[in-house]
Design a protein around this ligand. Sequence first.
Ligand code: ADP
Ligand code: MG
Length: 635
Amino acid sequence: MGKIHQLSPSVVNKIAAGEVIERPASVVKELIENSLDAGATRIDVLVVRGGTDLIRISDNGLGMAKEDLPLAVASHATSKIADADDLFRVGTLGFRGEALASIAEISRLTIRSRSADDSVGAQLDVRGGRSEEMVPCGCATGTTMEVSDLFFNTPVRRKFLRSTQTEMAHIAEALLRIALAHPQVHFTLRHNDREVYDLPPADPWIERIQRALGAEIAGRLIWVESRDESIALSGYVAHPSQSRSNQKMQYLFLNGRSIRDRSLQHALGEAYRGLLLTGRYPISFLRFDLPPELVDVNVHPTKLEVRFQDGGRLYSQLLSTIRTKFLTADLSTPLQPVPASEPDNQTAWLQNAGQAMKVRQELVEWATQAVSSWNSGPRAAEGTTTPLNPSETAPHRPLEITQLSRSWPAVNTPDEEFEPHAIPATQGLPERDAIDLAAAIDQSNPARPALQIHNRYLIAESPDGVVVIDQHALHERILYEQLCEKIETGELESQHLLVPEPVDLSSGEAAAILEHQDVIAKLGIQVQPFGGDTILVSSYPALLANMTPSHILRGIVEQLMEKGKSPDRRDLLQDLLHSVACKAAIKAGDRLTSDEISTLLEQRHRYRYTHHCPHGRPTELVFTREELDKQFKRT
Ligand code: ADP
Ligand code: MG
């Protein structure tokens, strides 16, 4: 180390540039923001070779007076704030006054600008921070910025650049974020000779989203909005059938600025809890508008992150707004597969599509059978081997869905309570219910019974068509909601066993159970050590009375062992709830009586989120009447 000395402005600018200009996309972002701050209503961006050769941005904004051009490229020169107080009420996108200086330091920058008051424009060339003489030029009102040879004098930065394609993807994303935040402005983006975006002014906002991201996403968005004192929240969240494998599609805008905020993203995830599979993330386009003094935008060089004065309030506002909306929104999954544009989604989509096609085929088959059976009378139907034929059904398993709605007698010996009850093999199912369903479609009578097929799906009428319900998934969700509700309200009824049941475990398992005794107790399950590796279950929830205590405990052990050491208590309780609900729910293959079916369907309307199982799989697929009409060639 040598003596301390002042760094030259050029070095200072290069350091600043390092913070602000990470890659070509950063240049695009900074320049577009300047154009917006200048009031532009049209911004055209041309990029050559991923931005390393050329980035040209033209706007029709206010432009600059000739004498301002040299100032624009000087560091810490800005027209946007005057004193430090202004920092706390920033109304423009820029305010640091270092973007142009930074860009000019590490590229060849040409500025052409004309304000409305001037008859001719001015041009200034800066290369590596050194300005040439200004010259007059003919140009329209507004500003054109041309950045070429980016990073020519910072070889290390240049080396870190990725492929043209990757850099271009970053540029497109940077422009998209800004364009989504400013739908009233016309944006275009060209790469070499190719048009990437042409986004004319859009109103309403959804038009911009659709134009930029396609009808598939835009078509399944749900509007949300709320106001909490000075904080206004509005925008769209996607239907759970649309999700992504990462959080990139979570667009958050704060006062016209695209931001990243982990806390708000977490709130978003919470709002979708139980509606998406693990590893899937919701899509959102959400705007927060709040007084500038409630947020500090000066905490991050590129202003991508901000600091809220009251982040907790924003968190709960976002969470409760979406949750409230979901209570009334139609979140059932349409049977028609929607093609995904996202490449990583392709395989998932193909699988879904395959599954949907299978269900559709079964449904059409069933409907055809049903129709032919009405036409030829009951006798013909008897002779057919429709999937509905009870003789084909799986072995009967103990099942009492009606338990859901009735209060339980104390269970002393749970095993005996639930002896399998036989279902007569000659139950007159096929033609009666088939006709009922047909009548139901005609009369739209919600009281009509649904039909069970393959001992796993229920078919019922929905307001706009036919709904196919996965009996296990639906029951699982209902049990889960009931458990949650009872735990929340402290009304979870626990059955005390007259004779506590000993369960033999491995020593690791026993230790895990005892370590989490308190979380397990929240589920209404009392356990205590009983010497060796035996655990004594002395009570368990009445809701789960169709399971034996050891069955429940083993399910819990599985979860605990899977979770490993010291899991988060909240997560653990959730996981245990999921697993208990899954284990206790009726299974695919369980034959249901019509009473059981009615109870299940009735419960479906009593609880929240019954359109998805707690793991996020849909519990029901809607087959619209239009689709039926189309398949039957009625249209
Ligand atoms: P900041 O945006 O933080 O003020 P910049 O370095 O990005 O800093 O820009 C410096 C100044 O140059 C701005 O304050 C503005 O006055 C002027 N300027 C930059 N770009 C434009 C433009 N496209 N139109 C009009 N003025 C501009
Ligand atoms: Mg700026």
